[in-house]
Design a protein around this ligand. Structure first.
Ligand code: ADP
Ligand code: ZN
Length: 766
């Protein structure tokens, strides 16, 4: 039993699902007539708001204010969603808030409206949606403008001889130097932690010597004027100008898909329009897949617009993140750039939302609140009556279909800007010319040719580690994960076997655990490719880019700088290398082992594979060099290849869309996936059986229920996993079913034995 079940403010009646929209209606802003019962969202996995009274003698805080409330035996931070004049609870049982945390609403009605929509659409508890929308410090109940610990160098430090300290205590010297450079106000403790993770140890000695002191200060505000004035961009070509004109002529809500081959100047088009919007005094929100991977976009925005963007991503300290959030909310930041969760950032005066690389799967959160930031961007723009611009070279079929249906406007940039030519794509048949350690002779020859001509090469393989499999040469036994139905990946640099699904790590076996014979790595990952390339091209500079090699903070931007300046001859890496980077020297892209997606079981396999190939191919020949793309495949006759090579992404997309229409997959139907995981196989299935029966008892035949079946990886991290798919051509029918289902599942005793989730518009089915 969840502990707060019996202790909390009672429950909604079974089957009664709260619809948050009705709270809005009951809000009344005139203080005299304000009803006294507060509907509060609390961060717990229950699909309802909770009733509280204001603290004794306090007026009711407005919707959007945070309150501290007793919840079970604990205290929790909650957000007031609205007021009501009646409660299901007996008057004496309604508890009081212990504290009102905000004088004015943190979240305004429009922000609360988006949160409610998200909760309703994704069938996710409102309290958890509110929590996802708030920066960590606010979630914890800290003030909007917190006072933070600071550390600064004292006057004594100014006159001291740093050289002597450097030899005796280098860590102390480093810290002191940093603080002396920071000046009189010193630095925030968080910021120091990000810079020198173990500074507190070094600080002890410096405090004792009176060289540094601790203080407190209001956390620094975001300052957008840190950069020089913007610089003008190139003159737009005809197609870019046409796209800009369409954007400028739109009024109110409109969704635009800018489909342009890589290098066609999409970013230039956004930049122009952003500039226009910012000049009218309105804010622009830009969503990007991963800021760490795209530092180039951020620096380009900064340089061109002459505005320091307020950044919202996981690489910041909590205080910095809050400062950016505060500036966005107050309207002090004109340009807000963030990853997925930035879609919830309050904006004082929003004028435009941009979603860059719309096709990128990282816009969809795959755990907890499973939302698509791309889809919410469209919803939010509509609610605010402003335009939203989605850009990509490889649009998702969902967006293409919306354009065909006339709901979104399709702006196409078919040519590369500035005269760069499209890359030439060719296949290498690994049946005829086998690959050794991942590299075939024709690919090796091409690399040599491009290197000699002064060009850079990128070798793409979406598999990190040394080899995906460790096999016994005696009995054929394959090293597997004890907790998952998966193989362990060989990581040679660290002499480890690792499970990429549950994180399990163990030392690399030297002998087979079954028969004692020698083992060998089978297949290749990026580490092995790196070694093979070093052996073949000794003397050349080779940089590997994957999540293993890029763990150090700043490693990615260093690697990108190197790549851009041309000081790396060969780049080898995973999809981290394919995202929006611009490498002027790059002339050859080699795609190794491209076959993983050809026979994929997911209905999105072809779409995904074409996206990933076209994205990485687009890195070749972006400036004045013609690009060449070589793809190694064991199945050169597979029709996918001729479609892609002759017709490009657009033909692959058109064919896939036609097939989806015939087979009734999205975007022609809507899906929701129920997942469950349990220590016992039977529990995982029994829970979904229950869900299936509940849905079938009420649904009409517009709703198809498929399963429950084992998940493709039936056991992961020690839990058995199962799934149930709901499908309908009618979005309303699907959502009605989920709306009825969710509270039933929350209250069913079987739910206590499983972890379960609802995934609306899932992007991974298998
Ligand atoms: P995309 O976002 O479509 O990949 P970018 O906007 O990054 O394309 O443009 C690719 C390259 O072409 C950049 O170096 C950019 O400065 C340049 N570029 C864009 N538009 C033009 C133009 N009209 N004339 C000349 N160069 C351009
Ligand atoms: Zn595992």
């Amino acid at each position: 039993h969840l502990p707060y079940f019996s202790l909390s403010n009672a429950f909604a009646r079974p089957g009664l699902t709260p619809r948050y929209s009705h709270y809005v209606k009951s809000v009344n802003n005139s203080p005299e007539s304000r009803p006294a019962i507060l509907k509060v969202a609390v961060n717990v996995p229950l699909s309802r708001a909770f009733d509280y009274l204001p603290p004794a003698g306090c007026p009711a805080p407005q919707p959007g204010c945070r309150v501290r409330v007793p919840f079970g035996a604990r205290r929790q931070v909650g957000v007031v969603l609205g007021h009501a004049d009646a409660s299901d609870l007996a008057p004496g049982r309604i508890r009081r808030c212990s504290e009102v945390l905000d004088d004015e609403p943190l979240l305004r009605p429009a922000d609360l409206g988006l949160i409610r929509f998200t909760s309703d659409y994704y069938h996710h508890p409102i309290g958890e949606v509110v929590a996802a929308a708030l920066p960590a410090l606010l979630r914890q109940g800290k003030p909007l403008h917190p006072v933070v610990e600071t550390v600064f160098a004292t006057a004594l430090a100014a006159s001291m001889d740093a050289e002597a300290l450097a030899t005796r205590a280098p860590k102390q010297a480093e810290l002191l130097e940093t603080l002396r450079d920071a000046g009189g106000n010193g630095m925030e403790a968080d910021e120091l932690t990000a810079l020198l993770p173990n500074w507190r140890r070094a600080a002890t000695g410096l405090f004792a010597k009176g060289l540094i002191e601790r203080g407190e200060a209001r956390a620094a505000d975001f300052d957008e004027s840190l950069v020089p004035a913007g610089t003008p961009g190139p003159e737009l070509n005809k197609e870019q100008q046409a796209a800009c004109d369409r954007l400028r002529d739109s009024k109110g809500f409109a969704a635009f898909l800018i489909e342009g081959v890589t290098g066609s100047g999409k970013t230039e088009v956004y930049l122009r329009h952003m500039q226009d919007v910012i000049e009218t005094g309105r804010q622009v929100l830009v969503l990007v897949p991963e800021i760490g991977l795209t530092p180039q976009l951020v620096s380009r925005l900064r340089k061109r617009l002459g505005i320091e963007p307020a950044l919202l991503h996981s690489g910041l300290t909590d205080t910095q993140r809050l400062a950016a959030w505060r500036a966005a909310r107050a309207g002090a930041a004109r340009l807000v750039v963030g990853t997925r969760s930035a879609i919830f950032t309050p904006l004082q005066n929003a004028g435009l939302i941009i979603v860059d690389e719309e096709h990128d799967p990282s816009f969809k959160q795959q755990e907890g609140l499973r939302y698509s930031a791309r889809d919410l961007a469209i919803v939010r723009a509509k609610r605010l009556d402003i335009p939203v611009v989605l850009g990509t070279a490889t649009p998702t079929l969902e967006m293409i279909q919306h354009c065909r249906a006339g709901k979104y406007q399709h702006l196409v940039l078919p040519h590369r800007a500035g005269g760069a030519r499209p890359p030439h794509i060719r296949l290498i048949d690994t049946g005829r010319t086998p690959a050794t350690d991942g590299i075939s002779e024709p690919l090796a020859a091409a690399i040599r040719r491009h290197l000699e001509a002064g060009g850079q090469t990128l070798i793409f393989l979406n598999r990190r580690g040394f080899a995906p499999t460790l096999i016994c040469s005696g009995c054929g036994h394959v090293a597997g994960c004890e907790r998952c139905d998966s193989r362990l990946t060989v990581h040679a640099r660290r002499q480890q076997l690792r499970c990429h699904h549950c994180g399990h790590v163990r030392p690399l076996d030297e002998r087979c655990s079954e028969c004692g014979e020698a083992v060998r790595p089978l297949g290749e990952g990026t580490e092995r490719l790196e070694d093979a390339l070093r052996a073949r091209f000794s003397g050349r500079r080779i940089t590997r880019v994957d999540s293993d090699s890029m763990q150090r903070k700043g490693a990615m931007s260093d690697a990108l700088d190197e790549a851009r300046e041309g000081s790396a001859d060969i780049l080898v890496g995973t999809q981290m290398l394919s995202k929006g980077h611009h490498f002027p020297q790059l002339s050859l892209v080699g795609i190794v082992n491209a076959d993983q997606g050809l026979f994929g079981t997911d209905f999105r396999s072809a779409e995904r594979m074409a996206q990933s190939i076209v994205q990485v191919a687009g890195r070749a020949g972006r400036a004045d060099r013609a690009g060449e793309v070589l793809i190694q495949t064991a199945f050169p006759d597979h029709p996918f290849w001729s479609t892609l090579i002759d017709g490009g992404y657009q033909r692959v997309a058109a064919e896939a869309l036609a097939e989806r229409e015939t087979t009734r997959w999205p975007p022609f139907t809507r899906l929701a996936l129920l997942r469950s995981a349990a220590h016992r196989h039977a529990d995982a299935h029994a829970f979904l059986e229950l869900a299936r029966r509940a849905v079938e008892a009420r649904a009409d035949d517009s709703l198809r229920v498929l399963g429950p079946v084992d998940a493709p990886m039936a056991r992961r991290a020690g839990r058995y996993r199962a799934q149930l798919l709901l499908q309908s051509a009618n979005r309303g029918a699907l959502h009605d079913a989920l709306r009825e289902l969710r509270p039933l599942l929350e209250q069913d005793p079987a739910a206590r034995r499983v972890r379960w989730s609802i995934d609306v518009d899932p992007i991974e089915l298998f």
